[in-house]
Design a protein around this ligand. Structure first.
Ligand SMILES: Cc1cc2nc3c(=O)[nH]c(=O)nc-3n(C[C@H](O)[C@H](O)[C@H](O)COP(=O)(O)OP(=O)(O)OC[C@H]3O[C@@H](n4cnc5c(N)ncnc54)[C@H](O)[C@@H]3O)c2cc1C
Length: 443
């Protein structure tokens, strides 16, 4: 069987890896416009500082990424985050506050008033909703834990994960586990207590790779036996009696099956000739823009004692947050040096991602000055803009995805597998890729 993988991000690579495990005789061709695989997972070395263009790892509370690492023989690359990374901060009301990790610390925290804290505790007594309505995270949060907690904790958290705001994201699509706690146990506290009794819990350790996520991507590239068509965007996909035709600038090649693991908007363009209806449905998935600015300091007085900080919308700052990279994974900076990555834009300030380098650097410096009182010229600078960085999972997302897959089912042999549909975290992408490979192998 001859299979095309269109898009060499972690979704496409995971699918490719498990296809080769299950169907060793299949012939794979992997296409990507970039000259290196990995999609948003990429590491750049600037003067000895390692900067990630996108995510810096995965959480071990789900097994999928860890399993792929083991299955592909990359355990030697695993790098758990340092203990310092447990300490996180929220910048709100003109001050840095430690993210409380226990009920006593929550009670002491200056992030909420006593009334707002009592409202959070009152979640225990809020009746479960019996509606199937697709709520925003804001609607869900206001209903269950109150406005105070939502506008501070959930606002900062959703900026950090999805680069969006609580009123623009579907809680069912983006946080299905939270919705399940209410549905199955009647509430979040009730659910967490029940899960803890069963030995489960959210937890998990943030884990990355020695040399950055790029080293795992390079490992996968060496491990996956495929024809690599890098620097080669797919421009169209059509179908005839013989199978699918994948078109590139180099010509057209025939396949039995095609897996599109490119972003939804790119998939939409490729499929315009084959199925305009499917194209229209794919175009409805929108993305949050985000810019990543990395600063490396050969000497920095600030101890960077923790994981980093997230800001609240109410803080009115030009940055979504700052990750203290060299404290999380010490190999990200040369000995004695320190590094920070600053996130800018998102749905909060989408226009900022279009700024030129000089203006972006100015905002990043302003963000650090106002939150951490760091006002020092960095020795190394990294800038990466993602104009369509993270799928927004806006309200109605689950219906949009269902309608895409309903239409896709009219094209047996054509598959979609990327972070736009069933989860954005690395663990989700790997799981979806593996499950698709198993379905193809078992068919
Ligand atoms: C700034 C940022 C920070 C993040 N942080 C984290 C994190 O800490 N933890 C985490 O788990 N996740 C994080 N994520 C999300 C996570 O990295 C992604 O969801 C995941 O890597 C996406 O993988 P993917 O393969 O689905 O898509 P992508 O990585 O987007 O890959 C899609 C690929 O398709 C290719 N493509 C596009 N057009 C074509 C075409 N015409 N033909 C062929 N190929 C094409 C692209 O070049 C790309 O290589 C972050 C994302 C961003 C942007």
């Amino acid at each position: 069987m001859k299979i095309a993988i269109v898009g060499a991000g972690i979704s496409g690579l995971s699918t490719a890896f498990y296809l080769k495990q299950k169907l060793p005789d299949c012939s794979l061709v992997i296409y990507d416009p970039e000259t290196r695989p990995g999609g948003t997972m990429q590491t750049v070395n600037i003067g000895g500082f390692l900067f990630e263009g996108g995510g810096n790892g995965f959480l071990t509370n789900k097994p999928d990424s860890l399993q792929l690492v083991k299955d592909s023989g990359a355990e030697h690359l695993l790098l758990p985050s340092s203990d310092l990374a447990r300490k996180r901060f929220i910048f709100h009301n003109n001050g840095m506050h430690r993210l409380p990790e226990s009920p006593p610390l929550f009670l002491k925290s200056g992030l909420l008033t006593m009334g707002q804290k009592l409202r959070v505790a009152g979640e225990f007594f809020v009746a479960a909703s019996d509606s199937d309505k697709d709520e925003t995270l804001q609607e869900f949060g206001y209903r269950r834990v109150g406005k105070g907690f939502t506008d501070v904790f959930l606002d900062a958290m959703v900026a950090g994960i999805y680069a969006t705001t609580p009123d623009r994201i579907s809680v069912q699509a983006a946080f299905p586990m939270v919705v399940a706690l209410e549905r199955e146990y009647g509430g979040l506290f009730r659910g967490m207590i029940a899960k803890r009794k069963k030995g489960g819990g959210p937890g998990g350790v943030l884990t990355s790779f020695r040399g950055g996520v790029g080293s795992f991507i390079s490992h996968l590239k060496k491990t996956i036996d495929a024809e690599w068509q890098l620097g080669c965007p797919v421009t169209g996909i059509s179908r005839d009696m013989a199978g699918f035709q994948v078109k590139t600038e180099k010509g057209s090649e025939e396949f039995d099956q095609v897996i599109i693991s490119a972003p939804a908007y790119a998939a939409a363009d490729m499929l315009a000739g084959l199925d305009p209806e499917l194209t229209g449905r794919l175009q409805k998935i929108d993305y949050s823009p985000i810019a990543v600015v990395g600063f490396g300091y050969e000497e920095l007085e600030h101890p960077l004692n923790g994981f980093g900080l997230l800001t609240t919308s109410a803080a009115g700052l030009p940055i979504l947050g700052a990750l203290w990279d060299s404290s999380i994974f010490p190999d990200r900076a040369p000995d004695g040096s320190k590094s920070i990555r600053i996130m800018i834009g998102g749905q909060r300030n989408p226009e900022l991602v279009a700024l030129d380098d000089k203006q972006l650097l100015k905002l990043a410096r302003e963000g650090l000055r106002k939150t951490m009182q760091i006002d020092k010229e960095p020795d190394s600078i990294f800038i990466k803009r993602w104009t369509r960085g993270i799928p927004s999972y806006s309200p109605g997302h689950l219906d949009r995805v269902a309608s895409i897959f309903e239409q896709l089912a009219t094209h047996p042999g054509l598959h979609l597998c990327a972070n736009a549909y069933g989860g954005i975290a690395m663990n989700d992408c790997v799981r979806n890729g593996r499950e698709l490979a198993l379905r193809i192998a078992d068919a």
